[in-house]
Design a protein around this ligand. Sequence first.
Ligand code: G
Ligand code: G
Ligand code: MN
Length: 472
Amino acid sequence: MLLASDAVRPSGPDTVVDALARLTRRLGGDAAAASDLATLSSGYADALESLGRTDHVTLLPNRLRFVDVLAQRADLPGRTLMLVTLGDARHYNELLRALGQGFGDSFVRAGAGILIDALPPGTAVFHVSVLSLAFLVDDAAGAERLAATVAKLYERPLRCEGLDIPTRAGIGLVDFGPGPCSPAVMLRSALAAAQDSRSRQAGWARYDRLSDEAHQRSFHLVRDLGAALLSDDQLSIRFQPRIRLADGQCACAEVLLRWNHPTLGAISPAEFIPLAEATALIGPVTEWVLEASLRQSAAWALQRLDVALSVNVSALNLQAQGFAETIETLLGRHGVPPERLELEVTEGAMTGDDETTAASLATIRRMGIDLAIDDFGTGYSNMGNLSKVPAQVLKIDRSFIQPLTVLDKHRQLVRSIIAMAHDLDYRVVAEGIEDQGTYDLLAGWHCDQGQGFHMSRPLLPADFVAWLGTRA
Ligand code: G
Ligand code: G
Ligand code: MN
């Protein structure tokens, strides 16, 4: 049996060289045998070393050797590093999934092959990551011409084992300045430029500090969000009242997450939620919000404040195994009845064909928790889907509500949405009501509830209670 520790035990040159040294000692006086062993031993070490510095798919020198080249050469200023990446990870994974790892290797070899054929003979090309190749170009002007030529190469699909496979190539350029360069920074900058190039007409891009700073900010935010979840003073929630338009009573409150970053200040969830969704953090973030919401709900219940809370949930939460069970555990822990909780999900999240999502939604409904379709009207809303979605509440996106008093077309649209949603037994909520005129229009159309700055901004718990007091 292979133990976990065996898998990580080093089997590199050191242990082999040690064994050879022991053997040499045992050979005692046999000088010829000892010399043979020494030759074998150093040859073996060299082979291992070279194996570790060669890419096994293309047999090109790998990133370690490129880093050495960058670190050792003094003649780099004025030169340009060009990095060509053959596709993004998603594209490559789809290829592997459909056609297998062997095909993936052929794809990379074919991509490297046409690049090498197009470069001046003798150009040293390095295979610096699974999908990326890098090399040095002598002058900056020449580099741009070459980049344009290389971009053209990948416009056509790659011929690979008889199939035509489209690439999603990216080409990044970074110039070497007069100062010393850090190879890792140069490579990272080139990769950032290559990624940016995918959205450029030219097909290549020079390293752009501004765009890179945006990426770096994202990276730092994601990293710091993990710490924010563990700290007790960075994340907090606000409550925005939802009003019954018929009698002006508060029906419920939407929970909105806020992050006060220790150095960057307030970060909008519109910025950090998508980052959490791109990493594994969206699970813990939503759990944090649910926990904080239910704790508050329980505290308000003790004060005989009966207010339901509506929590935003990401599509990815529903796709995660065990999400509904987590909610059940949290409700139990805080002693909050399920009808005090509602979950807001975008329409797209509910209409896919993901089995785990369907199971999560079914369990959530069985528990007695209401579901709301958030941001209705944005994205690819499809009226036909509405009858299939297991939701009870429909929230019309604020982009339709805000121009209501000025745009005829939106008036017609919102009236029809309300009527149709009622036919399908939805409760309808209008988001983003900012003035009395809009409020009156919606009330006249029998829209059930409204939310917006006209009634209240999202509030801290104490302010929310005070606000409720003024309405009683
Ligand atoms: O409150 P604000 O307008 O800054 O929110 C911006 C966006 O972030 C909105 O689309 C809102 O739905 C979303 N958002 C706010 N809080 C949460 C949260 O706790 N979870 C998720 N998934 N989204 C949230
Ligand atoms: O995507 P979602 O519907 O969850 O977004 C809710 C967000 O909308 C909250 O961040 C809230 O701050 C914001 N919001 C709420 N009411 C209004 C409003 O009247 N006008 C505007 N512009 N934004 C609002
Ligand atoms: Mn919402």
